[in-house]
Design a protein around this ligand. Structure first.
Ligand code: ZN
Ligand code: ZN
Length: 347
């Protein structure tokens, strides 16, 4: 796959539903004609190879196909997964972190992850049952009718066999610098899409790896669920501001294709959320609404909430909550418990 500059290479690993060749073809097509695809076809890991040192940023799902793609991609640049010394994970979502355990076994690499994402590896990947029970209660709290709730809480079990989890060797907070040969990568903590999401910035070569935080056409899901605290959308908006003044030449996301104008993209994403916030505010009744009520009224690109698969409904409720909580933070909404349900009210 593509050389960004000497020593930094963009690789590609397919999602489970796609072959390597189809995913590569889509990578080319999408860059020429950006459009919405049904699901994500691939993740873009980055190989850093300098001064005899080898590091990787993100990996992919733990499928044989994705591993094979990684192996081919690395071999094209004279390296191999067994030689990885450092593995930086932008966040613990399965498409970025899924293959970590397998790579650790092969290479004994140092796995680097933010402490906030390290926190929920155990609950999410090693002992997921209690989390599912918590999720049912959480859905009830937010007004999801009980017929939907059990299916929704089981939504993510299907992916566990495609993740090979491993605890990190090094937990970061943001602000650290890692040397890989001639490169100095700074860790920038960008919570929002995930509480421990990080970006990597190389100031001398002006390279920024944005993970899922900033993508060229997709706005990443920013959601409230049982493992988030506070206001993820507030965090996300502040994390965008952290990057806006960086001196950059190459902006490298983990999906889609390279970002040409970072500032412009940040403004677009901010505007998208402003529109969404105003729309959600209009969907809150004077007398109060649950997150489920609001999610049922707003427009979704993929159709009506009632027709969604359970896991999509869960994502929609989580995303709605993130917007409601942010408006609460801004003083535009208040919230109150009535019986078992949480209601939001305009101020
Ligand atoms: Zn993600
Ligand atoms: Zn992703």
């Amino acid at each position: 796959m593509a050389e960004i500059i000497e020593g930094i290479y963009q690789l590609l690993t397919p999602f489970p539903e796609f072959s390597y060749d189809d995913a590569k073809a889509l990578r080319r097509q999408l860059e020429e004609h950006p459009r919405v695809t049904k699901g994500l076809p691939y993740v873009l890991p980055y190989l850093i190879k300098s001064g005899g040192e080898i590091a990787l940023v993100d990996c992919g799902w733990n499928t044989d196909n994705a591993y094979k793609a990684l192996e081919i991609g690395m071999q094209e640049h004279g390296s191999h997964p067994t030689e990885i010394e450092k593995l930086f994970i932008t966040h613990v979502h399965p498409d970025h972190y899924g293959m970590s355990g397998r790579l650790k076994q092969l290479s004994s690499c140092e796995v680097v992850l933010h402490e906030k994402d390290a926190e929920f590896i155990a609950a999410r990947y090693f002992a997921p049952r209690p989390l599912a029970d918590e999720m049912s209660l959480f859905m009830e709290l937010n007004g999801v009718p009980t017929v939907s709730a059990p299916g929704m809480s089981m939504g993510s079990f299907g992916m566990l066999d495609k993740v090979s989890p491993v605890p990190p060797d090094t937990e970061v907070k943001g602000g650290e610098t890692f040397k890989v040969g001639d490169f100095d990568f700074e860790i920038i903590w960008t919570p929002g899409h995930s509480p421990g999401h990080i970006c990597l910035y190389e100031p001398n070569r002006k390279i920024l790896m944005t993970g899922d935080h900033i993508l060229p056409t997709i706005t990443p899901n920013v959601s409230i669920h049982t493992q988030t605290h506070g206001s993820p959308l507030g965090d996300y908006m502040r994390s965008l501001e952290k990057l806006v003044d960086l001196d950059v030449k190459h902006v490298l996301p983990a999906h889609e294709f390279d970002i040409r104008d970072l500032k412009k993209r940040i403004v677009e994403i901010e505007e998208h959320h402003e529109v969404r916030l105003a729309e959600m505010l209009r969907c809150v009744d004077r007398g109060g609404s649950t997150a489920w009520d609001v999610a049922g009224r707003v427009k979704w690109a993929t159709g009506m909430l009632a027709d969604f698969e359970p896991w999509m409904q869960r994502a929609a409720v989580g995303e709605t909550l993130a917007h409601l909580e942010y408006m609460f933070e801004l003083g535009q909404l208040s919230k109150v418990m009535r019986g078992k349900h949480l209601y939001w009210l305009p101020v």
